[in-house]
Unconditional design. Structure first.
Length: 329
């Protein structure tokens, strides 16, 4: 059996176009080799390799989130070889590059959404869903992507995206976190930016965004926190303050809490997955909750299974805590 032709230096680590390989002397037969993947028409990738731009993409909520983002970046790097002037990542692909809390996980073998600035034609081909856009792209981790506000409008076209998820994505985009990540500067946009984008467009996406816009708030740090807030407000409870700093009677800082009902001194905290996966995080949170209770605050803790599986119980628990503190509802 003849020995397989070696690829030129550099072709093992990153995706490459068929044209560049042929220009480097790689034959057509070699480009059909079983060790090469064909993620997009005209592009090859050594099987099992994971392209990486070498950038720092900032912090993530979990190792799983970081790994998923790396797969997203690898696929975008691969397709970027085919991007023409005026083309950019958009819709769900752009949303994931903005780290938006979309429901479901990223499918590394699924299609990418790519837009062409009008009057350019929407891109076509295997592994891509093409669009035409009047918006201008911005830079995100080295990729041309739709702006945060325009991405949010485009997500309104997703038929299976719940209104509360569109609100949660808006919350994510406008979040000004208490601790800045130097590799991922926030906020990505303002509520005013979202409103302006919704006002100038006339589509089903902008209509969905207009319905979500009044519910977008500054301070929600996760999708479940947004869903929890919306659940309580729709049930007739007063709207809580988000990401509120609390202190004891001597003025010592105790915690920044998820949701806070100031008049009744009731705290509502969402206990996420990290409480199960990190014992050190669990210990810190337990100490924090104990300090809040000693300082006279009532704390209601909500887990994901109850929030998404038995929401009526969550409402009843919070309502009872408010009544116990003198609220009339």
């Amino acid at each position: 059996m003849p020995r397989r032709q070696s690829l030129p230096p550099g072709f093992h680590l990153q995706p490459f176009t068929v044209g560049s390989a042929r220009g480097a002397g790689v034959g057509a037969g070699r480009l059909r080799g079983p060790d090469l993947e064909r993620p997009f028409h005209g592009v090859r990738l050594v099987a099992g390799s994971v392209p990486d731009s070498g950038r720092n993409y900032g912090t993530f909520g979990s190792a799983r989130d970081a790994e998923e983002f790396a797969r997203l970046v690898a696929r975008c790097l691969t397709y970027s070889l085919l991007l023409k002037p005026g083309q950019f990542f958009s819709h769900e692909t752009a949303a994931r590059l903005w780290k938006a809390p979309l429901p479901g996980r990223f499918d590394p073998g699924g299609p990418l959404h790519v837009s062409a600035r009008a009057p350019g034609r929407a891109p076509e081909g295997r592994g891509v869903i093409g669009h035409q856009s009047s918006g201008s792209p911005v830079e995100r981790f080295g990729f041309p992507v739709s702006s945060p506000a325009n991405t949010w409008i485009a997500l309104g076209l997703m038929r299976d995206l719940a209104l509360d998820d569109l609100v949660a994505i808006g919350d994510h985009l406008v979040l000004d976190p208490p601790v800045l990540d130097p590799y991922d500067i926030r906020p990505h946009c303002t509520i005013g930016d979202l409103a302006a984008a919704a006002a100038v467009r006339h589509s089903r996406g902008s209509r969905a965004a207009a319905r979500a816009l009044p519910h977008v708030r500054q301070g929600a740090e996760s999708r479940p926190e947004t869903w929890l807030r919306l659940l309580l407000v729709r049930a007739g409870l007063p709207e809580p303050t988000l990401a509120h700093d609390l202190y004891d009677s001597s003025g010592r800082w105790l915690a920044r809490v998820d949701l806070y009902f100031a008049e009744q001194r009731v705290v509502v905290e969402y206990d996420g997955e990290h409480h199960r996966t990190s014992s050190s995080q669990y210990d810190r949170d337990e100490s924090r909750i104990e300090a809040l209770i000693r300082a006279g605050y009532t704390v209601v803790r909500v887990r994901g299974g109850q929030l998404f599986g038995q929401p009526q119980i969550v409402v009843a628990r919070v309502a009872q805590a408010l009544r116990d503190r003198g609220a009339t509802m």
